[in-house]
Ligand binder design. Structure first.
Ligand SMILES: [Zn+2]
Length: 392
C-alpha cells in the first residue's frame, strides 16, 4: 500500500539545514510552507509547525535557496580530463596539452550539463569565436559569455583589439532579451600586454560590457610581478612571450608590485572588472579592490586542486567586497555543479556561517552576471529546484 497523495491544498512544510530566500541573511535551520504550488510562509521551522499544525512535514535536509549561479567557468573545456597539478604546470600540461579537446562540442556538452543541473545563470569564459557563435543564441543559458583575449606583445595590441572589436560589434546584434549577454575577458594581467589590457577594459567600460579577469590565482603570479621571474616565467611557452616580463606589463617588476596594484595603476580597476580567484593578495590589494567596487569570484575546489592557497573570505567580506562562487572548468574544478563548491567551502571555512556561502552562490553570483535573484516568499510561486540536491 502506498500512502495516499495529499490533497493539492494540504500545506507542505519543508525543513532544511540552511534557508536563503533571496533576501536578508537566511535561516539555519529553515522552513518553507508551500500551499498548492505557492509559498505561504518562510522562517524558523518550530514557529512554522505551530502556525501550520495541519502541514505535512518533509525533512529535505541540506539547502533551500534559489538556484545558484556558476559565476566563473570555461564550458568549452568540458571535454577535458580533470587533473590536479600546481597551476604553473597545469597551464602547459593540461590546458595547452589537451587543446584539441577545447571547442564547440565541449561547450555544448557543458551548457547541457548546466541546464540539467538547473543552474540559475553562468559567467562563462569563451576562448574561440565558434564557441561564442554556438552559445550566444542558446535560450536555455542566462548570464554572461566573456570573450577571451590573450596576447603578451604590446606591439600587437592594436591589431588584436581591432579584430576583437569587429567580432564584438557583430555579436552584439545576436544578443536577445532573456538570453546570455556578451562580455569580455583579458585572460590575466601577465598573459595580456599592458596596452591590450587597457584598450579592452576602456572599450568595455565605454560600451557597458561586463568584464572578468583572472587575478592572483597562484603564488607564482605575485612573484612574477615582484621579480620578473619564477616558475610561471620558467614554464611559459617561449614563442608566445617577449624577452622580458617588463615588456608585457610596460614597467619594471619590483618587490612592492602586485598584480592588483599593477591593474589599479594602469587604470583597469576603474572599469570595475569582476576579479576571479584573488587568492594571493595583500591587505593593500583588498583595500584597492574594495575602493574600486569590483566584485570577486572564488573557485574553492579549483584553487585547492591547483595548489593556489586559500581565498581570504573573511578579509574580503570585512572590506565590503561582493563575493560570488564559480567552479572554473572541469579540468581543475572537477564538475560544473557550483553546489559542490558551496559544500567544499563549508569544510574549508568551518568558522563561516554556511548561510553566507549560500548567499554568495545565489545573490553574489547574480550581481556578477547581472541577473535578478528570485525570492522565496509569501505569494511567490514555489519551484522544486529550490531544494538543492547537493551542498548539504
Ligand atoms: Zn578560469
Amino acid at each position: 500500500m502506498t500512502a495516499p497523495t495529499p490533497a493539492p491544498f494540504t500545506p507542505r512544510l519543508l525543513i532544511c539545514g540552511v534557508l536563503y530566500t533571496g533576501m536578508g541573511g537566511g535561516h539555519a535551520p529553515g522552513g518553507v510552507v508551500v500551499v498548492g504550488g505557492t509559498v505561504a510562509a518562510t522562517g524558523d521551522p518550530a514557529q512554522l509547525r505551530e502556525a501550520y499544525p495541519q502541514a505535512r512535514v518533509e525533512e529535505v535536509g541540506g539547502v533551500i535557496a534559489p538556484p545558484p549561479i556558476n559565476a566563473h567557468t570555461h564550458l568549452d573545456m568540458s571535454a577535458y580530463e580533470f587533473q590536479a597539478l600546481p597551476y604553473f604546470r597545469w597551464l602547459p600540461e593540461v590546458v595547452i596539452a589537451q587543446r584539441e579537446l577545447r571547442g564547440v562540442a565541449g561547450a555544448l556538452a557543458g551548457a547541457g550539463e548546466l541546464a540539467r543541473l538547473g543552474v540559475g545563470g553562468v559567467g562563462d569564459i569563451v576562448w574561440s569565436p565558434e564557441v561564442m557563435d554556438a552559445l550566444l543564441t542558446r535560450e536555455d543559458l542566462r548570464g554572461v559569455l566573456y570573450f577571451e583575449v590573450l596576447n603578451t606583445f604590446a606591439e600587437k595590441a592594436d591589431e588584436v583589439f581591432t579584430g576583437m572589436r569587429r567580432r564584438v560589434e557583430a555579436w552584439r546584434k545576436l544578443e536577445r532579451p532573456g538570453g546570455p549577454r556578451l562580455g569580455l575577458t583579458p585572460h590575466t594581467p601577465f598573459t595580456v600586454s599592458h596596452r591590450l589590457m587597457k584598450l579592452v577594459c576602456d572599450y568595455a567600460a565605454g560600451e557597458g560590457l561586463p568584464l572578468q579577469i583572472h587575478v592572483a590565482e597562484h603564488p607564482s603570479e605575485p612573484e612574477l610581478f615582484a621579480t620578473g621571474a619564477g616558475p610561471l616565467w620558467d614554464h611559459r611557452l617561449l614563442p608566445f612571450w617577449p624577452e622580458t616580463f617588463a615588456q608585457v606589463i610596460g614597467r619594471t617588476p619590483e618587490p612592492e608590485l602586485t598584480p592588483v596594484r599593477y591593474l589599479d595603476e594602469l587604470g583597469v580597476l576603474a572599469a570595475k572588472p569582476t576579479l576571479i580567484h584573488m587568492v594571493n593578495v595583500t591587505p593593500d590589494d583588498i583595500a584597492r579592490v574594495a575602493r574600486a567596487g569590483c566584485a570577486v569570484v572564488s573557485c574553492p575546489r579549483s584553487n585547492h586542486h591547483l595548489e593556489c592557497g586559500t581565498f581570504r573570505w573573511t578579509a574580503f567580506a570585512a572590506a565590503g567586497v561582493d563575493i560570488a562562487l564559480g567552479t572554473d572548468s572541469v579540468a581543475s574544478g572537477e564538475s560544473l555543479d557550483v553546489r559542490g563548491d558551496v559544500a567544499f567551502a563549508r569544510d574549508l571555512y568551518p568558522q563561516l556561517d554556511p548561510r553566507v556561502l549560500v548567499r554568495a552562490a545565489v545573490k553574489g553570483g547574480g550581481r556578477v552576471v547581472g541577473l535578478p535573484t528570485p525570492f522565496i516568499r509569501r505569494g511567490e510561486p514555489w519551484s522544486e529546484t529550490y531544494v538543492w540536491s547537493q551542498g548539504d
